[in-house]
Design a protein around this ligand. Structure first.
Ligand code: ASP
Length: 301
């Protein structure tokens, strides 16, 4: 069933169509009347096996703004905590005939595995360290609100690359549009193979070099929940890889700062940077709804 599992398998025109449709939905978010009723009577299940604030709420709002009904389930409140297997849980939900399942899971590939068993479209809301496709789409929408094209932009992605599904999805998307991407982080969190994910990817361990002439600086959270051993002594990380105001002097003058959230202020990003004029972090959150509306509409129609 056609769902949305990752950016890797999407062609550039498909991405462009989603971003264009999201642009159509953007003004709706600031109107008094926010519903469009394009998916009236449809039912979407949100199944989250991992913590989420932005993604879960934003999928739910997006579905409601399209007139669909939603049910949200978290692993802790479901029979998964009683030992039910993933396939059994999904088959049980599928038997209730939802029109789509939005799912987040700690295992990379979990939605791809289930998509082979179920005849209901699955939308990947983040699978382990693999992909987070709607995050990359909303990031692209946010960049395109500020720049006419993604082509030839210099995008620095900084932080815990090794564990970041956000980074992987963004690398695939930006590369399909001919952006030049520089990855930066401590060697423990930036395996050399990451430069091979897609064309146009460079790697540096020096944050000053990464941000130099950047159009976009994308910061990543240190994903302690996925690290078996600490990657850097506490306190040292910010000194070496935390984004500070002084770094913004090295970027293009109108460069934007992004973060998928949740942010750890004082760890990967200084508070004054997160709250600066350059930050588009809350624009990312706002765009999440329009982009997810576009994705739900595409998958369900
Ligand atoms: N919210 C994003 C994700 O689920 C980024 C993060 O957790 O750091 O991957």
């Amino acid at each position: 069933m056609p769902g949305l599992l990752g950016i890797e398998e999407l062609a550039r025109p498909e991405i462009e169509a989603i971003l264009e449709r999201a642009r159509f939905f953007q003004p709706l978010q600031r109107q008094q009347q926010k519903r469009m009723d394009l998916l009236n009577g449809r039912m979407i299940v949100n199944l989250f096996f991992e913590a989420s604030t932005r993604t879960r709420v934003s999928f739910e709002i997006a579905a409601k703004r399209l007139g669909a009904d939603t049910v949200s389930i978290t692993a802790s409140g479901s029979s998964v905590s009683k030992g039910e297997s993933l396939v059994d849980t999904l088959n049980t939900l599928a038997a209730m005939r939802p029109d789509a399942i939005v799912m987040r899971h700690a295992a990379s590939g979990a939605p791809h595995f289930l998509a082979r068993y179920l005849d209901i479209p699955i939308i990947n809301a983040g699978d382990g360290t693999h992909e987070h496709p709607t995050q990359a789409l909303l990031d692209a929408r946010t960049i395109l609100d500020q720049r006419p094209t993604l082509e030839k932009l210099r995008v620095a992605i900084i932080g815990d690359l090794a564990h970041s599904r956000v980074a992987r999805s963004n690398i695939h998307l930006l590369s399909k549009f001919g952006a030049s991407i520089v990855l930066c982080g401590p060697a423990t969190l930036l395996p050399r193979e990451m430069a091979q994910i897609a064309p146009g990817v460079d790697l540096t361990y020096d944050i000053r070099e990464a941000v130099k002439h950047a159009d976009v600086v994308m910061m990543l959270r240190v994903q302690l929940e996925r690290q078996h051993e600490p990657s850097a002594p506490a306190g040292e990380y910010f000194g070496q890889y935390g984004l500070r105001l002084e770094h913004l002097a090295l970027t293009k003058p109108d460069a934007i700062v992004m973060h998928p959230g949740p942010m750890n202020r004082g760890q990967e990003i200084a508070s004054d940077v997160a709250d600066s004029q350059r930050s588009v972090i809350l624009n990312q959150v706002e765009n999440g709804i329009a982009v997810r509306m576009a994705v739900l509409e595409k998958v369900l129609s």
